[in-house]
Design a protein around this ligand. Structure first.
Ligand code: FES
Length: 356
């Protein structure tokens, strides 16, 4: 897998195309081209002029020429959406990007005939399309894509996927709509329910789920409970909104001493609310790209042994991401998984550099 890279790189918009009324396809060129290396299923963040960031999954297989594709859902009044629809961002516009991030990448199937299920809603299709483009040219297990939306216009690549299913014998495409028109000939309901109906035994299966968090949570629970899926073979990228700002706290401030990689120190007095990542990000000490979804690793902190002992033990999911980060050590934690409360008062931590 490509390692998370915290140094920004330049990208230029080459092409913008409407895939539907709500979804735009962007083709971008990275400079230098090598910075566009990623593992299919990962995402990157685009940095806007006002300092905010928007994260998007790579929507196609990794290419050697440094170009890559994103699918952007437009939101009324959204900052990035407005820049696109008003033409402020157009072919030739340059941005900074950071990445790649994310763990929802291809894992070898357990057996040649073990089913691989891909569940998506909306633009959650993008990372799964990237996985399909990389995997379908190779022989392997059957691949089932369940793509869900509310109505027909949400399936912005429906015809292309149907054509792909006709060309690729190992690929099965099942569109699912929750509120289709009366003429819809396909499945009705929710992707996780239709997938569960079609695959009663997933003990040897692998599942990738990307899109609405409610779908991802429901799929994990239902497929593991009713179909025997091993939770370790459920790989997900829920499209969570950014973490909301913590509510004001009346409690005494929590004192934290932060050391940077260059040896400088900062003493902070933080409101006891939200996560440690949110507070450190507000102080511009780290970036926390994924907003606490345990998929970027950009909130990694390092502790001494005695300070490490003060914190509740990390969950398995946190340990898994920390193990995957190349420079991570045994006393590292993800700040997004640590509640900022009075128990942290006096904590000393280090923000490691990209190499340490
Ligand atoms: S903010 Fe992404 S892993 Fe913590």
């Amino acid at each position: 897998m490509s390692s998370p890279a915290t140094a920004p790189f330049a990208v230029e918009i080459r092409h913008i195309e409407a895939l539907s009324a709500q979804v735009r396809r962007l083709v971008l060129q990275a400079q230098p081209p090598a910075r566009a290396r990623f593992a299919e299923g990962q995402f990157l963040s685009l940095m806007l002029a006002d300092g905010s960031r928007r994260s998007y999954s790579y929507a196609g297989a990794c290419r050697d020429d440094g170009t890559f594709e994103l699918h952007v859902r437009l939101h009324a009044g959204g900052r990035f959406s407005t820049l696109l629809t008003q033409g402020t961002l157009r072919p030739g516009s340059r941005l900074e990007a950071i990445g790649p991030f994310g763990e929802c990448v291809w894992q070898p199937a357990t057996a040649a005939d073990a089913p691989v299920l891909m569940l998506a809603t909306g633009t959650g299709l993008a990372p799964l399309k990237a996985l399909l483009e990389a995997q379908l040219p190779q022989p392997g297990a059957p691949l089932w894509l369940y793509w869900g939306g509310v109505s027909e216009q949400d399936l912005y690549l429906h015809d292309q996927l149907r054509a792909l299913a006709r060309r690729a014998p190992r690929f099965h495409y099942v569109p699912v709509l929750s509120q289709p028109s009366a003429h819809w000939p396909g499945e009705r309901g929710f992707v996780q329910e239709i997938a569960m109906r079609d695959h009663r035994d997933l003990r040897a299966g692998t599942v990738y789920a990307c899109g609405a968090p409610v779908m991802v949570r429901s799929a994990l629970q239902q497929l593991c409970t009713h179909c025997g899926l091993d939770p370790a073979r459920f790989h997900a990228d829920p499209f969570e909104p950014s973490e909301p700002a913590p509510a004001p706290s009346q409690a005494a401030p929590v004192r934290i001493e932060v050391r940077r990689a260059d040896g400088s120190r900062t003493a902070l007095a933080l409101a006891a609310s939200g996560s440690l990542m949110t507070a450190l990000r507000a102080e511009r000490l780290l970036i926390g790209v994924c907003g606490g979804q345990q998929s970027c690793g950009t909130c990694r902190i390092r502790l001494s042994a005695d300070q490490f002992q003060r914190l509740p033990a990390p969950a398995r999911s946190e340990q898994r991401l920390l193990r995957a980060l190349p420079a991570s050590g045994a006393l590292d934690r993800l700040a997004c998984q640590i509640a900022l409360d009075a128990a942290l008062d006096g904590l000393q931590l280090t923000i490691p550099g990209a190499d340490g």
